[in-house]
Ligand binder design. Structure first.
Ligand code: T1G
Length: 645
């Protein structure tokens, strides 16, 4: 790490070099604090330009410090810069995020190269801006836009930042040269007041608070950021800074922020496993998708979203027409939700070449199979693909639980084969389980991780076991929930407890939605293989024709056209033979029991080498199964509880 400065025609130019993101770690803060003092006293200097080395200005405070003590606090440094006798000019390129933007807000001016990104994303980490962002920003750009940036994670590009008054000049040429020239010009005019000396107007706080709480879905930071911003406008800058700091320190010490920071680092590490960082991925431009069902069309949509050319292959014209119609429906839904424009989806749909048969996949760089979950069907598809496709084409199966080694049995060169387990809907769900076989080459694996990055997915490598990581833990979670049912707890109590914990739906509501028959058939298949699988309450329901919403009833009853689950006396009577006792358990204990079961299965998965780290398991649960982000994942939460007892 270095913070150096040089004199350029009576302007001091400071460069922060702290790769990879010029984070404002303690050493950087201390060095800058010394420079504020020294440069103020240096009579050869009239102004200061502050810039970042490498590809960005400053990516924020150093998040890794947040588990430790507060030292050399950033707010004090920024106040010193703002109060210095000589004007400071922040020269921004790449990004100025979080503490990086707050540092720039303490400068008297900000100039930026085109294409920079400015924002205050702290709420992603369960924090609020803690170094003046909620106080200086509204006083510079107006309260409405400041709320969008500091509370609702809006980022501004250079030109929009210029338009709202956050940036004073766009520097098209060499940034530091332009900043030095700007500084010299600025000295010839009266200086504008610092942000802290300005005022900001109120907005409709109640409307903003209601909007923000709705979007926050129970997360603490967004409403707290609005409260700090409001307090400063209603009670003055100093009062606002005090509340901001107290709130920031409280959230910094919270379990919720620790969980979100855990996921932040896990998500950034996921696309680049250490053992693949030196392996070059193969170029992928043209992708074949075999099967236009729900999964195949979702995968095709995700690929098009990343700008990849897609050939969608089906077995006959009717199936192809259905697949293309499903894909068109996915794009229409994305337009209705305002995610993309009509023009964008028209272009994406046009980039899908629908074909009958597999011959059209001959020149694909990658082919992803998403046909019916049947081993023989998949084996036939790969036998043909092995014959048709280029020898260097990567072949992938989207199987959700069949052993990929069995699927690839017919392949001559299985090194180019692996499992890519997308989650439905594939165009939305971020999780991608990547399942290499023992033959899969590092290059094939690296290409899969690179593809995940291009798709904006969160990739997690899984070893081969029944259900890989996610479905194996799901089976344990559901099994534990059915044990509670057998002990006399109602499914409604269990679902309510898991919703209170933070899941969108409880385990029984989810089963009714997806169908009880899927796991029933898996248990029946295991029994047919001679495995000892005890009869579970869910088996009795399926045998009685209660497969969930699709049959008008499963764990719950449903009335036609209404998906609201209603406690079912019929279901209770059917499962009664397996229920012993009048179990009663508090909601938090139910959640503790079920999350504990997930973590126990996670420990077994780690012990078997199926997952590389507890963080990977947390990513699977958060990005594939709706585990609440604010809790960090079953492994994180269980480890935190263990360390606090
Ligand atoms: N602190 C520490 N490490 C960080 C970091 C940070 N702020 N940002 C990134 N890293 C690590 C990251 O984990 C990875 O590590 C490596 O740097 C490259 O990251 C007081 C309280 C800046 C846009 O939330 O958005 O300021 O895996 O792969 O794609 O109010 O990193 O290599 O070991 O993401 O070029 C607020 C978070 C902090 C921005 C660069 N700032 N970072 O993207 O690289 S809190 C943020 C990003 C704060 C103040 C508050 C991105 C990036 P490794 P990367 P990138």
């Amino acid at each position: 790490m270095t913070v150096t400065w040089e004199l350029r025609d009576r302007i001091a130019v400071i460069i922060i070099a702290n790769p990879p993101v010029n984070a404002l770690g303690k050493a950087v803060r201390e060095r800058l604090a010394t420079l504020v003092h020294d440069l103020d006293a240096d009579t050869s200097i009239d102004a200061v330009v502050l810039a970042g080395a490498g590809k960005l200005f400053v990516g924020g405070a150093d998040i890794t410090e947040f588990d430790g003590p507060v030292e050399a606090p950033l707010p004090e440094l920024i106040a010193a810069i703002e109060g210095s006798a000589k004007p400071w000019v922040a020269a921004i390129h790449g990004v100025a995020l979080g503490g990086g933007l707050e540092l720039a807000l303490g400068c008297r001016f900000r100039v930026a190269a085109p294409g920079a990104t400015l924002g205050l994303p702290e709420v992603n980490l369960g924090l609020i801006p803690g170094a003046g962002g909620t106080q200086r920003l509204p006083r510079l750009i107006g309260t409405e836009t400041a709320v969008a940036v500091a509370v609702e994670k809006l980022t501004l590009d250079t030109f929009r930042a210029m338009k709202v008054g956050l940036v004073d000049r766009v520097i098209d040429g060499p940034l530091v040269d332009g900043a030095v020239s700007f500084a010299k010009e600025a000295l010839a005019r009266p200086l504008p007041p610092p942000a802290s000396a300005r005022n900001a107007a109120a907005v409709d706080w109640d409307a903003a608070d209601a909007r923000i709480r709705k979007a926050a879905k129970g997360l603490s930071a967004p409403p707290a950021a609005l409260a700090a911003l409001r307090h400063g406008i209603e009670h003055g800058f100093a009062a606002g800074i005090a509340l901001e700091r107290e709130t920031f320190l409280r959230l910094r010490a919270s379990e919720e922020s620790a969980a979100l920071r855990h996921l932040f680092f896990a998500e950034r590490a996921a696309p680049r496993p250490a053992d693949l960082r030196q392996v070059s991925p193969k170029p992928i431009a043209k992708v074949g998708v075999v099967g236009g069902g729900t999964m195949g069309s979702g995968i095709a949509a995700a690929l098009r979203g990343a700008g990849l050319a897609v050939t969608l292959s089906e077995r006959d014209e009717d199936a192809l027409a259905r697949g293309m119609a499903t894909l068109s429906g996915i794009f229409d839904a994305a337009v209705k939700r305002g995610l993309v424009s009509v023009a964008e989806t028209t272009e994406r749909f046009a980039g899908v070449d629908g074909k009958v048969g597999l011959e059209s996949l001959r020149d694909c760089d990658l082919v992803i199979e998403a046909v019916f979950e049947d081993l023989a069907v998949k084996q036939d598809v790969f036998a043909e693909l092995g014959r048709i496709c280029r020898p260097d084409a990567i072949l992938a199966t989207n199987t959700s639980y069949i052993d990929p080694r069995e699927i690839a049995r017919s392949l001559q060169n299985p090194g180019r084969f692996l499992g890519l387990h997308f989650f439905s809907p594939a165009q939305v769900m971020k999780l991608l389980e990547i399942i290499p076989t023992p033959d899969t080459t590092p290059e094939t694996l690296a290409t899969a991780f690179d593809l995940a990055r291009r798709l904006g997915k969160v990739p997690v490598r899984s070893g081969i076991c029944d259900g890989f990581i996610g479905n194996r833990i799901l089976r344990r979670y559901r099994g534990e929930a059915e044990i509670l049912v057998r002990q006399g707890l109602s499914v409604a109590a269990i679902d309510s407890a898991m919703r209170a914990f933070g899941f969108a739906m409880g385990p029984f509501e989810v089963q009714d939605l997806s169908g009880l028959d899927i796991s029933f058939m898996q248990r029946e298949a295991a029994r047919a293989r001679g495995e000892e699988v005890a009869i579970q309450p869910g088996d009795l329901l399926v045998r009685a024709g209660r497969k969930g919403q699709k049959t008008g009833g499963g764990w719950y009853d449903y009335v036609a056209g209404d998906r609201t689950p209603r406690p079912s006396d019929t279901a209770a009577k059917i499962i009664a033979p397996l229920v012993q006792g009048q179990g009663d358990l508090a909601a938090d204990k139910i959640a503790e029991r079920l999350v504990g079961a997930m973590a126990a299965e996670g420990e077994a998965i780690l012990a078997e080498g199926i997952a590389a780290s507890p963080a990977d398991i947390d990513l699977v649960e958060v990005h594939g199964y709706g585990f609440p982000r604010s809790k960090g994942g079953p492994m994180f939460l269980t480890a935190r509880k263990a360390s606090s007892t």
